[in-house]
Design a protein around this ligand. Sequence first.
Ligand SMILES: Nc1ncnc2c1ncn2[C@@H]1O[C@H](COP(=O)(O)OP(=O)(O)OP(=O)(O)O)[C@@H](O)[C@H]1O
Ligand SMILES: [Mg+2]
Length: 802
Amino acid sequence: MRALFELPSPDGQPAVLASDADSRPRRPQLDPEALVAGLNGPQRDAVTHAGSPLLIVAGAGSGKTRVLTHRIAYLLAARDVHPGQVIAITFTNKAAGEMKERVAALVGNRARLMWVSTFHSACVRILRAEHDHAGLKSTFSIYDADDSRRLMQLVARELDLDPKRHPARGLATQVSNLKNELVDPETFAARAKGPMERAVAEAYTLYQRRLKEAHALDFDDLIMTTVHLFQSHPHVAENYRRRFRHVLVDEYQDTNHAQYQLIKELVSGTEGLEPAELCVVGDADQSIYAFRGATIRNILEFERDYKDARTIMLEQNYRSTQTILNAANAVISRNPSRKPKRLWSDQGAGESIVGYVADTEHAEADWVAREIDRLTDDTDARPGDVAVFYRTNAQSRVFEEVFIRVGLPYKVVGGVRFYERREVRDALAYLRAIVNDDDTVSIRRIMNTPRRGIGDRAEGAVEALSSRDRISFGAAMRRAADAPGISSRAVNGIGDFVALLEGLRELSETAPPEEVLEATLTRSGYLAELEESTDPQDAGRVENLQELVSVAREFTERVEGNDEQATLAGFLEQVALVADADQIPSDDPDHQGVVTLMTLHTAKGLEFPIVFLTGLEDGVFPHMRALGDNNELEEERRLAYVGITRARQRLYLSRAVTRSAWGAPSYNPTSRFIAELPEELVRWERTEGSYTSWSGTGGGVGNRGGSGASGGAARGGGFSGGTPKAAALAQRLGIDGSKLSTASELRQAAPKVAVGDRVNHQRYGLGRVLAVEGQGPSARAQIDFGDQTMWLVLRHAPVEKI
Ligand SMILES: Nc1ncnc2c1ncn2[C@@H]1O[C@H](COP(=O)(O)OP(=O)(O)OP(=O)(O)O)[C@@H](O)[C@H]1O
Ligand SMILES: [Mg+2]
């Protein structure tokens, strides 16, 4: 039976009505009254409000997204809006997928005609359609973060920028920030002051030029280019304004300036055209993308930005038990610069929160797996009800290892990092080079992979030819024989490569993406090389490529199912958007019964009956970067609030006493977020005090003399000079490790710290240097550890610079 639409039943739970087993989906008769029947007063106001711009601000789980989806259905049912006139935008593919499902459950098949998507997908769609006006080829490439870093590396090298002062990653971040602020290279160049900013301006200018030559856009460009397109081509903007009469945005607190401006463009009035109706929902307490330029200003100043705006607040939480909400309220109320608001629920106190302190991150994962096992045995919970959250992607690996070992089915959402694997990226680079002959970054990535005699010198010669004759790199390759000083071997290699791409390009005109991909892997010799290899990792690489072929096949089936043609460009577009960050399709039925692993950022907007919040250690969560920086700490706290409020019935909190970092165990103190929870809310199954010495060095965690074997063993696991561990340690200590040969020498070298540095102390945890006095062996530093400030003699203090 296929679920067609849901109607709220008196108890507030959606009652799903189904069609007959084999009848075609009919257009459900939507009853406006039924659509609002299960909503509370303010929710109902928000759904039925007409005319002026509408802001819905409310805490987590208060039904913001539900209001948005019901509002869309209501527009169709009661206000005679055509689905094609609706655009609804959110932040992650996963959230967009869920929203699409929720809308389809209400309005049936007509949901297909709406744009329910992320900002990025919406912009790609607009830019593909308007590529002429935007000055783009219709087959432009989309560069993800890794591609842009690579391009920035080439740019920085070309400009001869000192990699120490201007690392490519840093330049890429600064350029990204500028784009999020809609500052173009010319504007920035005109206002840049000092050598640092001028270097960024130069890099930005050249980077943009290279992107243009490659017919490529990076992720930030997608938004910026669309905004510029609308501003420079009013008639294009007008078409979209006429088309989209209803613009809805979820998670509005996470919009950055460029996204804000895009919305503004869409809902502007034009001569003879009323502005579109705007409805945005958000929660300032869940703003977690400041690092991408998001600003809650957009929420706080909504009423100033949009005249006659109406604001509706929601207060009742329908998601969680009161215990979980109390925990969330307690943590978020520590943020000083927020408007006080409290969430309440009528679901009763529910289960206590359960806490656990593990010795190591492996023991932590073991405990999580055991507990999930117990829950699925003793209660009616299924693995699909459970989510495990962590602060950074890398933390998934240990959970994955343990879950695989104990046979617990799981999926990792986002950071699957599948698309970041070398072989996957190589294969995609081939496909992009096939689609877009000017895509220099992709071409250069694979021109000698597998090896075909094209070395760095030959590559440089082609590059020289391309800049001498002002032609693209791709065009220069076709004239490789003219390249100054190129060897005949390289010319042959390049000739083979060009012929290979051309043959594949021809194939791509008729064959579906998966066939082109398979042909690419065989004709290039890429697959054969992996299959012949004795490196065990290469077998895994072959599997990943097989997986990629399946992804392409699924794409083709889906597109052809809609009676459209599956093109290679379309496939690459889908991959580029999915590979961005968080992203796995949510509608895969195979994934119904498995535990979900994801980062806290990806968890936004989602809900699960059972949630494990792991790695609650200062330095892990809150992230090391945030310690000693109040703004960042507030953002981490909002992330904790997001994590806690995902849980519906049960919440678990855990931390590990030691955790490997850079291959060596490190000790992190308890997360301050745990300390912020009222004691009575948490039942500790195991605490740090409930077991004996973890290290066997006799000292326990707090006792570090800084000299002798126990200090060294606890910290570095018995490193020795010249080893990667020693090198890593030297780097963390901020000293030149190459001049030191033994661990003890490393330990004796007092760390050089300066005011403002962030440091880690083995006992007091992470802090920030406020002042430094004296020199050499008597140097002292005043350090703020958050809850206390103290002066320490650096020679004795087990302090590391981070
Ligand atoms: N009036 C209501 N009656 C019954 N259930 C409701 C009602 N409003 C919301 N819910 C349920 O509460 C849960 C949370 O709703 P929703 O996800 O829309 O909240 P949200 O405000 O968008 O949360 P977040 O801030 O986390 O994005 C969902 O399961 C939703 O179906
Ligand atoms: Mg929501």
